[in-house]
Ligand binder design. Sequence first.
Ligand code: NAD
Length: 434
Amino acid sequence: MNITVAGSGYVGLVTGVCLAELGHRVICSDIQEEKIAMLQSGRSPIYEPGLEDLLEKNLQCGNLHFTTNPQYAYEDAEIIFIAVGTPEQQDGTANLTYVCEVAHSIAHFMKHDVIICTKSTVPVGTNDQIAEIIQRQKPVNLHAEVVANPEFLREGSAVVDFFYGDRIVIGTNCSKAATTIEQIYLPLGIPIIKTDIKSAEMIKYAANAFLATKISFINEIATICEKVGANIDEVTKGIGKDERIGPYFLQAGIGYGGSCFPKDTKALVQLAGNMQHSFDLLQAVIEVNTRQASLPVVKAKELIGSLKGKKVALLGLSFKPNTDDVREAASLVIVKELLKEGAIITAYDPIAIPNAQHVLGNTIEYTQDIRLALLHADVAIIATEWEEIKQLSLDSYELYMKNPIVIDGRNCYSLKEIRKHPMTYISIGRPIVI
Ligand code: NAD
C-alpha cells in the first residue's frame, strides 16, 4: 500500500522503515530539513539497534522515501500514520499543535480517500478532534477515516518491538478501516485488539501509568528497605514469583525518564482533573519519581559532606541503556544538583553525549572512555545501566579514582561481588558496603 508516516522521530522513523520492510511503499515526512537530508543519504539521526541496516536496505530497493514536502507526502497516500511529538506543556497537558498541523495539512493536500492512524500518544478525544479538522477542510467528495493506533515500542529495542510486540491496538468504529489496518499488521502475527477510539486512546495512557506506578511502588519499598535494613533484591525476588505480581518492571533505581512516562503520567492526571477526578495515586507516583532522581546527590552529600570542588564521575547520560535519548533523563537532574553544589563533573556515555551536549552545553566534561571519567574522581554516580558500565571490572574504581566511592542509582552490581573489592558502595534499597 502507499503509506505515509508524518514525523520521522523515534516512533515515525521506526514505523516507516519497518513498514517498508514489510513490502509497502512508504514516505516518511518531517519538517526538519537536516533530518530528512540525513535519512535520504541512508544515515539515521537517532540511535536504535538494527534501524540503520533496514533503512539502507529499503532505501536501496526503492520502498522508502523521505520528504519535507507535505503535498508529496499526503496526496497519494492510502494510509497516513501520524507520529509527531505531543510534548508536555507547562501545565502538564499534551501539546497537540503538531498533531493538528498534520491534520490541517492532510485535509489540504489529500487527493484520495484516506485512513489516518494516530500513533502519537494523545489524550482521549483527540482523534475526534483530528477527524473534525479534516472533515471541515477536506475536499467534499473525499473520505477520511481516523483510527487510533497507539504505539507501544520501547526506545532501545524499537525495531524488535515493531516485529514482536505484545499487542497492536486498533481503535475505530468503522469496520472497513479496522480491517484495512489489521491487514497491514497481520503478517507480524502479533495479537490485535480492535476497540473503539476512546478506549484505544485510554489504553496507551493506562499502560504507561501502570508501568510508572510499578516503578514508583518498588522505589518506595526500596526506600523503606534501606531504613529497616532489608534488601530490595531479595524482596523483588520474593514478590515477583507471585504470578499476580510478576517479576517485570520491579527494578529499584533512580526512577523512570524518557519522552513518555513523565509526560504521559502528567497528561493523565490533567485529563482526570478535567473530568473533576483527582488522580491522587498517579500524582503520588510522579512525586516519588521526582524524588528518586535526586537521591544520588543526597546520598553523596550524606557520605562525604560538601561536594564543592569535588570531582564526580557521572556514568551514563541517556534515560536508559541502548538509546541516545536524554529527554527527562535522571542524569540531567543529577548534573543540575551537582553543579548547584559546586561539583566538577566528567560524564561518560557510549552514545548519548551529542544529545546531552545540546541540553547541558559546556557545563560539564564528556568522555566515551569510562576510565577517563573515573580518573582522580572523588565519587562515581551511576545514572544509566549501560552494559559497558555493568561489565566494567570493579578493580577500575580502585585503580582510577581518588577514593573508590560508588553511588549506584541502577543497582548494576551484585553486593557479593562488590564485597570482594575495597570500595564504598551505596545502591538503592540495599545495604551500604563500606
Ligand atoms: P520525536 O520528537 O522523536 O519525533 C517527532 C518528529 O515529528 C520530529 O522529528 C518532528 O520534527 C516531527 N514533526 C513535527 N511536526 C511535524 C509535521 N507537521 N509534519 C511532519 N513531521 C513533523 O517524537 P517520538 O519520540 O517519535 O514520539 C512521537 C509520538 O509517539 C509522541 O506522541 C510520543 O508520546 C509517542 N510515543 C513515543 C514513544 C517513544 O518511545 N519515543 C513510544 C510510544 C509512543
